[in-house]
Write a protein that binds this ligand. Structure first.
Ligand code: GUN
Length: 288
């Protein structure tokens, strides 16, 4: 193996310890950061995700509320809950777990969240803030990827970054964050005719497709940094990413494993965003 591992568990532990310290400081000033997690329906994966989010909050000393609703909840009822949470001073972050049941318009629900509490960074105002370099919340998964690059002291200026995947949650915001750090950015997707020709030019590759073996060793320039956002199951049912880890680790300079790579960073950045939201609320109340 030539690549160095970027350990998402170790980095998360370090960042969450900092969140806990800062949270304690905020509490000493009379404000407890609070996150509301809203789950509608009984999607099995979502149940696990929200439990992990709430547990991470508790471990770092944040206040968290988990609101679970039946799949029969109407869109109007959910919008009413979001409005109530927007007006709740004990809540600084609102996360509505996706996917929502088909009869609810997820876009409408996300847009109902106050941008000041949009710790997922999914609101159009948050996306616009990222695009224009204004203050706002960054989506947690690509934000976590940026922290991983920072942790190895990687300077993106003048580097070529290739993002595979163009989702609103990962691919597109990832590209904007890399661009903001002065990388030359290429976004590849299912209609890219020759993916390998693109990835072979890359100093940094972010794989965020949701399909196994999207990136194999022959597609990677020696020494490149490879970040794997994928969360898939292999034939044996084991968790794996989008990258052929066994092959690529022999070529890359740095690589993130799955599990224990980008995954834990997503929840970590949710805590970071919630803490920041509370800090902003405190500054505003002191200015008022
Ligand atoms: N579903 C899968 N990942 C996420 C996430 O990061 N946030 C929300 N709200 N829903 C998700």
């Amino acid at each position: 193996m030539t690549a160095q591992l970027i350990d998402g568990n170790a980095l998360s532990k370090q960042l969450r310890a900092q969140v806990a310290t800062d949270t304690a400081q905020l509490k000493a000033q009379g404000l407890t950061p609070g996150l509301a997690v809203v789950l509608v329906g009984d999607n099995q994966a979502s149940q696990v995700y929200v439990r992990n989010k709430v547990k991470a909050c508790e471990d770092a000393g944040l206040h968290s509320v988990l609101e679970k609703y039946d799949a029969t909840m109407t869109e109007a009822q959910l919008l009413a809950r979001v409005a109530a949470l927007n007006n709740d001073d004990s809540i600084h972050g609102i996360l509505v777990q996706l996917p929502l049941p088909a009869h609810i318009d997820a876009h409408k629900v996300i847009e109902a969240i106050s941008p000041a509490k949009d710790v997922d960074g999914f609101h159009i105002a948050s996306a616009g803030a990222l695009m224009t370099g204004m203050p706002g919340f960054w989506p947690c998964t690509p934000y976590g990827c940026m922290k991983m690059l920072e942790s190895i002291g990687y300077n993106l200026k003048g580097k070529h970054a290739v993002v595979i995947g163009r989702s609103n949650i990962v691919g597109k915001p990832m590209a904007l964050m890399l661009l903001q750090q002065n990388a030359t950015v290429t976004i590849c997707h299912s209609a890219t005719p020759d993916l390998k020709a693109m990835t072979l030019q890359a100093d940094v590759i972010v794989a965020a497709v949701g399909k196994r073996n999207v990136l194999t060793a022959d597609m990677v320039k020696p020494g490149a940094v490879v970040l794997d956002v994928g969360m898939n199951r292999n034939d044996e049912g084991k968790l794996c990413g989008d990258v052929d880890f066994e092959g690529v680790k022999e070529v890359a300079g740095h690589i993130t494993p799955v599990p224990g790579g980008v995954g834990p960073m997503t929840i970590t950045m949710l805590l970071v965003n919630t803490l920041e939201s509370a800090q902003r609320a405190l500054s505003e109340s002191q200015r008022a």
